[in-house]
Write a protein that binds this ligand. Structure first.
Ligand code: FDA
Length: 373
């Protein structure tokens, strides 16, 4: 039986960055991945010549220069800037909430007028907000809450905003400038050709077993490697001995249209409660290096939030006390597994943006292999 320095469980970004640094340090790696392909959540499926973000829209943004340099060494990035639009019963608003949004909503033209509107509308909430509705109104007033937050949030969580805790929304991005760029980070873009370009580079030189569940045969895989890097769900690793961690999930429905341009932008948020999906993603607009008119077809994905059940893809961890304290118990067990390094969004039960996952893997790689410079 071939022996490896590392058995890496999960072919996502965390596993990929660890594999990359392991290979740079002359180590051998076996990658075990449950799915049919590597990439984890950043995998892109080619449909009609368009890289389709199979597990949800992925926009790379970071303020960490080291992470930005790392990904730019792996792929060329385009200058995509996320400027999503909200559709509320056919009224179109720019996001995040900025002077374009306020101007459309109230006909105001100066920051002072916009501030006055918001201040007047949030004056009704005094004291500690008792729920998410009060919290949102206290931050942005009633009109923006009713049209752009309420329906979207209720669909996302499957509950009325008055039944959701206020801490879910700590702050809302409000900008008193005419700036539609969703992110504040200085670096942003999408790899030209899609994220698979990055995945291929990250796992170069590794042996890979696809459609293989590590947990189904862990003794055999453990015997094949010195150390295990585990990026799957932590409760599954410990056989759910304390119970199951909860998630919110998503269902994606694709449509191919015979038009070169369906919605004029990559991301539209559908904020009315009666529209069953939260977002429509038109993938071709992620690649602004290709003129969208050159492809007479387009792929649009509708995103439906769904309650998570065992067997579904776990997308968003439920950030409440019950799940967090359950996770802490599993994390304590994890500390006792000295042959195993746990990392990534599933093993750490947290929402991680891509840059933060890379950052975290870089830190772990430094502990594992020494200075990365
Ligand atoms: P990831 O889930 O990618 O990889 C883990 C892998 O392990 C999976 O491939 C899984 O199949 C495999 N695995 C699990 N258990 C296994 C087992 N027992 N045996 C074998 N394999 C196993 N970030 C951002 O910066 N910008 C964005 O726009 C978005 N958008 C976004 C949308 C949606 C819907 C989500 C859910 C997330 C985002 N993200 C994001 C976050 C981004 O997806 C995330 O940071 C990384 O993909 C996490 O990489 P990981 O390697 O941690 O997990």
């Amino acid at each position: 039986m071939k022996k490896y320095d590392y058995v890496i469980v999960g072919g996502g970004l965390f596993g990929g960055v660890m594999a990359w640094y392991a290979r740079q340090n002359g180590k051998t790696c076996l990658v075990i991945e449950k799915r049919k392909q590597l990439g984890g959540n950043i995998y892109c499926e080619n449909m009609e010549g368009i890289p389709v973000h199979r597990y949800g829209a992925h926009i790379f943004h970071t303020s960490n220069k080291k992470v930005w340099q790392f990904v730019n060494n792996l792929a060329e990035f385009n200058r995509f800037t996320n400027c999503p639009v909200a559709n509320y019963r056919g009224e179109m608003y720019n996001m995040p909430f900025n002077m374009n949004t306020f101007s459309k909503m109230w006909g105001v033209s100066t920051p002072e007028e916009a501030r006055a509107k918001i201040d007047a509308q949030r004056a009704g909430i005094t004291g500690e907000p008792a729920n998410l509705e009060e919290q949102a109104i206290s931050l942005v007033g009633t009109d923006i809450y009713e049209k752009l937050i309420k329906g979207y949030t209720e669909k996302q969580w499957g509950r009325d905003c008055r039944d959701l805790p206020s801490f879910i929304i700590k702050r809302l991005p409000v900008r008193y400038t005419y700036d539609n760029n969703y992110f504040n980070d200085p670096y942003q873009g999408i790899p030209i050709g899609g994220y698979n370009v990055i995945t291929e580079k990250l796992f170069e030189g590794c042996d890979v077993m696809l459609e293989t569940d590590y947990l189904a045969d862990r003794d055999r895989f453990n015997a094949m490697g010195g150390r295990v890097i585990y990026t799957g769900t932590i409760d599954a690793y410990f056989g759910y001995c304390y119970g199951k961690l909860e998630y919110r999930s998503l269902r994606f429905e694709d449509d191919i249209y015979d038009t070169d341009n369906f919605q004029g932008v990559a991301v539209v948020n559908h904020t009315a409660r009666e529209v069953p999906y939260t977002r429509t993603i038109e993938h071709k607009h992620f690649d602004c290096t290709v003129d969208y008119r050159t492809n007479p077809k387009t792929v649009v994905t509708r995103e439906y939030p769904v309650a998570w059940e065992a067997g579904m893809e776990p997308y968003y961890p439920v950030n409440d006390e019950k799940n967090q304290s359950l996770y802490q118990r599993y994390a304590e067990l994890g500390k006792k597994e000295d042959k195993v390094l746990f990392g990534g969004r599933l093993a750490e039960y947290r929402y991680y943006d891509m840059d933060k996952v890379i950052e975290s893997a870089m830190e772990k790689a430094e502990e594992e292999f020494g200075n990365l410079e």
